[in-house]
Design a protein around this ligand. Structure first.
Ligand SMILES: Cc1ncc(COP(=O)(O)O)c(C=O)c1O
Length: 371
């Protein structure tokens, strides 16, 4: 084990402003859904340029609620990415719908319009791109595809708060689903946000999250308890004002890592594609067979050197016994995603990295790669 202090892959650091707001909420006596939830919704809506944001209790329920209000039903097909966190797939299956998988681009790790288009049939009801690691998918052609075929567009923006493509924010093209889990760029410990420009969808989401009630004991639809609390909202609200600065640090860190790690045999550094603003939730390199150390050996060596790292994600999302033979899962060939799952390795990029830590990450990776 390294003598030097460990560098974690992510850090949660909440300031005195959060402590004060939490105290205010606790003292107010309104600790369930209340004015702080509304403030969080309205502030985030203006940050990503949408008309409505509805807060829910986590990112998975954001996706489940989105499926519900888009009327997804048994037999409907939803095309998504096979290279994602399992919540994306679980939400499709919770709706009783069928998941299909489009291949990704190695440049941004996201599904492409062409790979989605190849799977559209008359059973397709929705497209569900995932904006992985903090970079938006190429959304304009995906939105065009959805419009051309009359499909719902649900975006898994769990990792992409304020990422943009062509000047438009992730989550502003269709129904956007964000996570506020502890390690996300913005957090309420657990929490989720759903964005939309469609007033009818927003209205249904608000009723759905509150047991189908607009007024007490007047049920309009089969609902659920998906409510966020003011305690959770208070954790997140102060982070919104500080987010631009945090993003600057994430960007500078990613640039520094890219400069330091460029030109290593067998190691591909991540790119921010033209016209996009990456929010660097993860900094993910690809380690191929020409590298002098394999991906898994590199993970072990980095861990021993005290450098936090992770594999997001080690397998395609359907490549587990519980999904492989599931009637709601149709496995399509996705060679790029399969290759990327075997090569991806994420390094720390969080905003609290010091100059010395960034140097240590670069030197350690270079040392392991013999360069
Ligand atoms: C891509 C993706 N989708 C969905 C989720 C689910 O969010 P939550 O953990 O808040 O339920 C996550 C969270 O890790 C995620 O990374």
């Amino acid at each position: 084990m390294s003598e030097e202090h460990p560098i974690p892959i992510s850090v949660v650091r909440l300031g005195e402003d959060v402590e004060q707001l939490l105290l205010e909420v606790v003292r107010s006596g309104i600790i369930a859904q209340g004015p702080k939830v509304k403030q969080l919704e309205d502030t985030f809506a203006s940050m990503i340029g949408v008309e409505h944001v509805v807060a829910v209790n986590n990112g998975t329920t954001a996706l489940i609620a989105a499926m519900d209000v888009h009327d997804l039903q048994a037999g409907d097909e939803v095309i998504t990415s096979p290279f994602t966190f399992v919540a994306t797939l679980n939400a499709i299956l919770a709706a009783g719908a069928t998941a299909r998988f489009a291949d990704i681009s190695v440049d941004d790790f996201n599904v492409t319009a062409a790979s989605l288009a190849a799977l559209v049939t008359d059973r397709t009801k929705a497209l569900l791109p995932v904006h992985l690691y903090g970079q938006s998918a190429a959304m304009a052609p995906i939105a065009d595809l959805a419009t051309a075929h009359g499909l719902s567009l649900i975006e898994d923006a769990a990792q992409a708060h304020c990422a943009t493509d062509d000047g438009r924010f992730a989550g502003s093209w269709g129904t956007g689903c964000f996570s506020l889990y502890a390690t996300k760029n913005l957090t309420s410990s657990e929490g989720g946000l759903i964005s939309t420009n469609d007033a009818a969808i927003a209205d249904r989401l608000r009723v759905l999250r509150n047991q189908g009630m607009r007024q007490r004991y007047q049920y309009e639809m089969v609902g659920n308890n998906f409510r966020l609390t003011d305690i959770h909202a208070a954790l997140c609200i102060p982070q919104l004002a500080a987010y631009e600065d945090q993003l600057k640090k994430r960007r500078a860190n990613a640039q520094r890592l890219n400069e330091g790690l460029t030109g290593i045999e067998g190691l591909r550094t991540p790119v921010e594609l033209p016209g996009r603003e990456h929010v660097w939730h993860q900094y993910t390199v690809l380690v191929d067979e020409s590298a002098c150390l394999g991906r898994d050996a590199m993970i072990d060596a980095l861990t021993a050197a005290g450098i936090g790292c992770g594999i997001y994600y080690p397998k395609l999302v359907h490549d587990y016994d519980c999904y492989r033979n599931h009637p709601g899962v149709v496995i399509d060939e996705t060679p790029t995603a399969a290759a990327v799952a075997g090569q991806c390795l994420s390094l720390p990029v969080h905003p609290y990295l010091t100059e010395g830590e960034l140097d240590r990450i670069v030197t350690t990776v270079r040392g392991l790669c013999g360069s």
